[in-house]
Design a protein around this ligand. Structure first.
Ligand code: ADP
Ligand code: MG
Length: 240
């Protein structure tokens, strides 16, 4: 039977140590994300969003807990895959998009988009590049340099670059943090389309409530924990 979960996390914890102080950036988070889901992560600055999705995206190790991605054990109580296996998982399964676009200014849009092929190319992946550029509305920009296009277009170039190796999961950490309202909604709509039409699992971290609600599900983090709303409290137990 095919595995229907992209991500299964149990009791994930990440503790940073600053001198003698321990900072639980992620504190016993358990959650599952189904294949083809579009989930947004919201929460105040410092609530652990980046730390958590970096762990879910296999970019960082938890201090403890268990993580399965696409049916594979990544981290199980203190044991993690080898760096070589992790590299394989990252390049086979994930596309990453960040707030900063990280485009190379001296390369054209097209050259930036196909840059991942320098390191690794899935068989036949080059055939999909034109279609991706068209879908993202940047095909007319492919010979331009990043400095000659708008911020919204730059982020779409970064998304195209994340897609060329046909990931199963797209991870986007505050992708619209540097964009105005209109460009942000455009990126949100695009993520929704990619999720709907390409069946891509999308994990989006955002401060923008309008963007967060474009997802099928929103997970709120507070102090490194999943927030599930105020505890049920009955008036006869002393609560107003
Ligand atoms: P968010 O993305 O929601 O703003 P982060 O995951 O970046 O939250 O941070 C969660 C907490 O962990 C914060 O208290 C932050 O200061 C702390 N933190 C994040 N990265 C580090 C690090 N490398 N070393 C120490 N503390 C960190
Ligand atoms: Mg963050």
């Amino acid at each position: 039977m095919p595995n229907t979960f992209s991500i299964e996390a149990h009791d994930l914890k990440k503790i940073y140590r600053r001198g003698s102080e321990e900072i639980p950036a992620v504190n016993d988070v358990s959650l599952s994300i189904g294949q083809g889901e579009f989930v947004s992560f919201v929460g105040p600055s410092g609530s652990g969003k980046t730390t958590l999705i970096n762990i879910l995206g296999c970019l960082d190790n938890p201090s403890s807990g268990r993580l399965r991605v696409d049916g594979r054990d990544i981290f199980t109580e203190g044991r993690t895959l080898s760096e070589a296996d992790l590299t394989r998982i990252r390049r086979d399964l994930f596309g990453y998009v960040f707030q900063k676009f990280y485009l190379i200014p001296t390369l054209t849009v097209l050259e930036n988009v196909v840059l991942p092929f320098t390191f690794y190319k899935k068989p036949g992946a080059e055939k999909g590049v034109d279609e991706i550029l068209k879908m993202l509305g940047i095909d007319h920009r492919k010979n331009h340099l990043p400095g000659q296009i708008s911020g919204g277009e730059m982020q779409r170039v970064a998304i195209a670059r994340a897609l060329v190796n046909k990931p199963r999961i797209l991870l986007a950490d505050e992708p619209t943090g540097n964009l105005d309202t209109r460009r942000s909604s455009e990126i949100g709509l695009l993520l929704r389309e990619l999720n709907k039409w390409e069946g891509l699992t999308v994990i989006l971290v955002t401060h923008n409530p309008n963007l967060a609600q474009m997802a099928n599900r929103s997970v709120e983090l507070r102090d490194g924990m999943v927030y599930t709303g105020p505890e049920a409290c009955k008036p006869d137990e002393g609560c107003a």
